[in-house]
Design a protein around this ligand. Structure first.
Ligand SMILES: Nc1ncnc2c1ncn2[C@@H]1O[C@H](COP(=O)(O)OP(=O)(O)OP(=O)(O)O)[C@@H](O)[C@H]1O
Length: 257
């Protein structure tokens, strides 16, 4: 039987000392989709993301991958199943070159990490694969550049390459365009579109322009619960969604005086 939903949550709930940050969330992410989690500040997006990526344990509820419960699994276990998180945790080592960073990620995948005693020659096939991954993200000319010397947008692209090294079937992206100028945003949108071929992507994203350009389906969170779901055209017209966003803007203006 093929699973229609690659990733699912049922009644997912997270309480912090009596405060319900995520309230009975049922998400269904379809195979092959780029699915966005949006919502005003404090809606619970990051908390849902941290539950899905195992940074936090849920108070209640279930997480399923292809119909199989993964609620109790650890981050490295779900990564082995193909659920891989990228962005916002720096997955790259600053004082290694771009190529070395991808090579380390590939070694991790192969379970031969840090076998420094291996001869240089045994690493050659890894180099080929690492170069192919750099090419996939448009960094073929940066292979020998130290990561610390790369501009921000390119570091983000390198993070995508190190994520791809883990052969994800589902990529979990936490605000992929955060802190980027318009030009880098365009590049990363194109990159996500390209690497999403044959994969599923779930992303938390604040930039609604990015969401409208990229995403097949959107879940809107407000006060910890799913307020609306659908494609961009339908959720952006939804009066409840508009009200939730406007409400939060008004609250912020009030708070900032
Ligand atoms: N560790 C924690 N302890 C207590 N409360 C928390 C904790 N983490 C998050 N919260 C609260 O849970 C709510 C949801 O926070 P969360 O960061 O998930 O929202 P968000 O939608 O990602 O917001 P933003 O868009 O501002 O990043 C907020 O009210 C936040 O203060």
């Amino acid at each position: 039987m093929t699973q229609e939903f690659v990733l699912e949550t049922r009644g997912l709930t997270k309480e912090f000392r009596g405060f319900t940050a995520v309230d009975d969330v049922n998400l269904q992410v379809r195979e092959g989709h780029i699915h966005a989690l949006i919502g005003p500040n404090g809606a619970g997006k990051t908390t849902v993301f941290n539950l899905l990526t195992k940074f936090l344990p849920p108070t209640r509820g279930e997480i399923l991958y292809r119909g199989r419960p993964i609620t109790a699994m650890r981050a490295n276990e779900i990564a082995r199943l193909g659920l891989v998180r990228s962005f916002q945790i720096s997955a790259v080592f600053a004082h290694m070159t771009a190529l070395e960073n991808v090579r380390v990620a590939l070694q991790r995948r192969l379970g031969t990490s840090f076998h420094f005693w291996k001869s240089e020659r045994s690493l050659e096939p890894l180099d080929e694969r690492a170069l192919a991954l750099l090419e996939e993200v448009g960094l073929q000319d940066d292979a020998d550049v130290l990561t610390v010397e790369m501009p921000y947008g390119r570091k983000r692209a390198l993070e995508v390459a190190t994520t791809l090294a883990l052969e994800p079937t589902v990529m979990l992206l936490d605000e992929p365009t955060q802190g980027m100028g318009a030009e880098d945003v365009d590049r990363i949108v194109e990159l996500i579109r390209r690497v999403s071929t044959g994969r599923t992507v779930l992303m938390v994203e604040h930039n609604l322009g990015v969401v409208s350009r990229l995403c097949d389906r959107i879940s809107v969170l407000a006060r910890g619960a799913v307020l609306a779901e659908g494609d961009y055209a339908s959720v952006s017209k939804d009066p409840r969604v508009r009200e939730a966003y406007m409400g939060s803007e008004a609250a912020e203006e009030e708070a900032s005086g």
